[in-house]
Unconditional design. Structure first.
Length: 142
Protein backbone atom coordinates (compact mmCIF):
# COMPACT_ATOMS: atom_id res chain seq x y z
CA UNK A 1 0.00 0.00 0.00
CA UNK A 2 1.30 3.46 -0.72
CA UNK A 3 0.77 5.78 2.22
CA UNK A 4 3.44 8.10 3.56
CA UNK A 5 4.06 8.39 7.29
CA UNK A 6 5.98 11.32 8.78
CA UNK A 7 7.78 9.33 11.47
CA UNK A 8 9.64 6.09 10.81
CA UNK A 9 9.95 3.86 13.86
CA UNK A 10 11.91 0.58 14.00
CA UNK A 11 11.50 -2.30 16.44
CA UNK A 12 13.08 -5.66 17.15
CA UNK A 13 11.63 -9.05 17.99
CA UNK A 14 14.67 -10.18 20.00
CA UNK A 15 14.56 -13.95 20.29
CA UNK A 16 16.67 -16.26 22.46
CA UNK A 17 17.37 -18.30 19.34
CA UNK A 18 16.44 -17.58 15.74
CA UNK A 19 16.52 -21.29 14.89
CA UNK A 20 14.39 -22.45 17.78
CA UNK A 21 12.74 -19.44 19.46
CA UNK A 22 11.29 -19.98 22.92
CA UNK A 23 11.71 -16.52 24.53
CA UNK A 24 11.31 -12.92 23.40
CA UNK A 25 12.75 -9.80 25.04
CA UNK A 26 10.30 -6.90 25.49
CA UNK A 27 10.46 -3.40 26.94
CA UNK A 28 7.89 -1.79 29.19
CA UNK A 29 7.21 1.89 28.44
CA UNK A 30 7.23 4.58 31.08
CA UNK A 31 5.53 7.21 28.93
CA UNK A 32 3.58 8.94 27.55
CA UNK A 33 0.84 8.42 30.15
CA UNK A 34 -1.44 6.63 27.65
CA UNK A 35 1.26 4.00 26.98
CA UNK A 36 2.75 3.79 30.48
CA UNK A 37 3.14 0.16 31.59
CA UNK A 38 2.49 -1.25 28.10
CA UNK A 39 4.95 -3.70 26.54
CA UNK A 40 6.57 -3.08 23.18
CA UNK A 41 9.24 -4.20 20.76
CA UNK A 42 12.48 -2.46 21.81
CA UNK A 43 13.47 0.20 19.29
CA UNK A 44 12.77 3.83 18.47
CA UNK A 45 12.76 6.51 15.83
CA UNK A 46 15.04 6.57 12.81
CA UNK A 47 17.25 9.68 12.73
CA UNK A 48 18.30 11.65 9.66
CA UNK A 49 21.07 9.97 7.69
CA UNK A 50 20.50 6.48 9.11
CA UNK A 51 19.08 3.40 7.46
CA UNK A 52 16.31 1.64 9.39
CA UNK A 53 18.64 -1.23 10.25
CA UNK A 54 21.37 1.12 11.49
CA UNK A 55 18.82 2.96 13.64
CA UNK A 56 17.56 -0.29 15.15
CA UNK A 57 21.04 -1.57 16.04
CA UNK A 58 21.85 1.87 17.58
CA UNK A 59 18.61 1.97 19.62
CA UNK A 60 19.26 -1.49 21.04
CA UNK A 61 22.74 -0.44 22.19
CA UNK A 62 21.36 2.76 23.77
CA UNK A 63 18.25 1.26 25.37
CA UNK A 64 19.43 -2.19 26.38
CA UNK A 65 23.23 -2.21 26.11
CA UNK A 66 23.25 -5.13 23.68
CA UNK A 67 24.78 -5.78 20.27
CA UNK A 68 22.39 -7.59 17.97
CA UNK A 69 22.35 -9.44 14.70
CA UNK A 70 19.22 -8.67 12.68
CA UNK A 71 17.65 -11.42 10.60
CA UNK A 72 14.36 -11.48 8.68
CA UNK A 73 11.93 -8.58 8.61
CA UNK A 74 8.33 -9.12 9.64
CA UNK A 75 6.87 -7.33 6.63
CA UNK A 76 3.90 -5.04 7.20
CA UNK A 77 1.25 -3.87 4.73
CA UNK A 78 3.06 -0.60 4.00
CA UNK A 79 6.47 0.16 2.57
CA UNK A 80 7.19 1.80 5.93
CA UNK A 81 6.00 -1.33 7.73
CA UNK A 82 3.12 -1.37 10.21
CA UNK A 83 0.89 1.62 10.90
CA UNK A 84 1.07 2.78 14.54
CA UNK A 85 -0.75 6.14 14.32
CA UNK A 86 -1.70 8.56 11.53
CA UNK A 87 1.90 9.83 11.61
CA UNK A 88 3.97 6.82 12.71
CA UNK A 89 4.84 3.54 11.01
CA UNK A 90 7.21 0.84 12.27
CA UNK A 91 9.39 -1.72 10.50
CA UNK A 92 10.20 -4.78 12.62
CA UNK A 93 13.06 -7.27 12.35
CA UNK A 94 13.74 -10.52 14.15
CA UNK A 95 17.05 -10.35 15.99
CA UNK A 96 19.41 -12.28 18.20
CA UNK A 97 21.80 -10.90 20.85
CA UNK A 98 25.45 -11.16 19.78
CA UNK A 99 27.01 -9.47 22.84
CA UNK A 100 25.97 -8.02 26.19
CA UNK A 101 23.35 -8.62 28.88
CA UNK A 102 20.12 -6.64 28.39
CA UNK A 103 19.41 -3.95 30.99
CA UNK A 104 16.93 -1.06 31.04
CA UNK A 105 19.31 1.85 30.36
CA UNK A 106 16.81 4.55 29.35
CA UNK A 107 13.30 5.37 30.43
CA UNK A 108 11.86 1.86 30.31
CA UNK A 109 10.08 0.58 33.43
CA UNK A 110 11.45 -2.91 32.77
CA UNK A 111 13.01 -5.23 30.24
CA UNK A 112 11.96 -8.85 30.44
CA UNK A 113 12.08 -12.19 28.63
CA UNK A 114 8.66 -13.72 27.90
CA UNK A 115 7.74 -17.20 26.78
CA UNK A 116 6.88 -16.93 23.07
CA UNK A 117 4.39 -19.79 22.80
CA UNK A 118 2.41 -19.33 26.01
CA UNK A 119 2.44 -15.68 26.90
CA UNK A 120 2.84 -13.59 23.78
CA UNK A 121 -0.92 -13.14 23.33
CA UNK A 122 -1.62 -12.37 26.98
CA UNK A 123 0.86 -9.51 27.33
CA UNK A 124 -0.45 -5.95 27.82
CA UNK A 125 0.89 -4.74 24.45
CA UNK A 126 0.65 -1.27 22.96
CA UNK A 127 -2.61 -1.91 21.03
CA UNK A 128 -1.06 -0.88 17.70
CA UNK A 129 1.32 -3.84 18.05
CA UNK A 130 -1.39 -6.58 17.99
CA UNK A 131 -1.24 -7.25 14.22
CA UNK A 132 2.55 -7.35 14.39
CA UNK A 133 2.39 -9.90 17.20
CA UNK A 134 0.04 -12.06 15.08
CA UNK A 135 2.46 -11.90 12.16
CA UNK A 136 5.40 -12.69 14.43
CA UNK A 137 3.63 -15.76 15.82
CA UNK A 138 2.85 -16.95 12.29
CA UNK A 139 6.52 -16.49 11.34
CA UNK A 140 7.83 -18.30 14.40
CA UNK A 141 5.36 -21.17 14.34
CA UNK A 142 6.00 -21.99 10.69
N1 LIG B 1 9.80 1.29 20.08
C1 LIG B 1 8.51 1.05 19.85
N2 LIG B 1 7.64 2.08 19.67
C2 LIG B 1 6.35 1.77 19.45
C3 LIG B 1 5.89 0.42 19.40
N3 LIG B 1 4.54 0.45 19.16
C4 LIG B 1 4.17 1.74 19.08
O1 LIG B 1 3.04 2.17 18.87
N4 LIG B 1 5.28 2.57 19.26
C5 LIG B 1 5.27 4.04 19.23
C6 LIG B 1 5.51 4.67 20.56
C7 LIG B 1 6.19 5.98 20.18
O2 LIG B 1 5.16 6.90 19.83
C8 LIG B 1 6.95 5.64 18.90
C9 LIG B 1 8.41 5.28 19.15
O3 LIG B 1 9.03 6.28 19.83
P1 LIG B 1 10.12 6.06 20.96
O4 LIG B 1 9.84 7.06 22.03
O5 LIG B 1 10.26 4.63 21.36
O6 LIG B 1 11.42 6.41 20.13
P2 LIG B 1 12.71 7.24 20.53
O7 LIG B 1 13.27 6.63 21.78
O8 LIG B 1 13.58 7.26 19.31
O9 LIG B 1 12.03 8.65 20.73
P3 LIG B 1 12.34 9.94 21.60
O10 LIG B 1 11.43 9.76 22.79
O11 LIG B 1 13.79 9.91 21.92
O12 LIG B 1 11.90 11.03 20.68
O13 LIG B 1 6.29 4.50 18.35
C10 LIG B 1 6.80 -0.64 19.61
O14 LIG B 1 6.46 -1.84 19.61
N5 LIG B 1 8.10 -0.28 19.82
Amino acid sequence: MSKQFDVQVVGAAILDSLENPTKILLSQRSGPESLRGKWEFPGGKVEAGETCQEALVRELVEELGIETKLSVEIPGPFEQGWQLTERHAMRVWCAEISAGEPRALERQLAVQWFDVAETLKEIDWIPADFPIVEALLATIQR
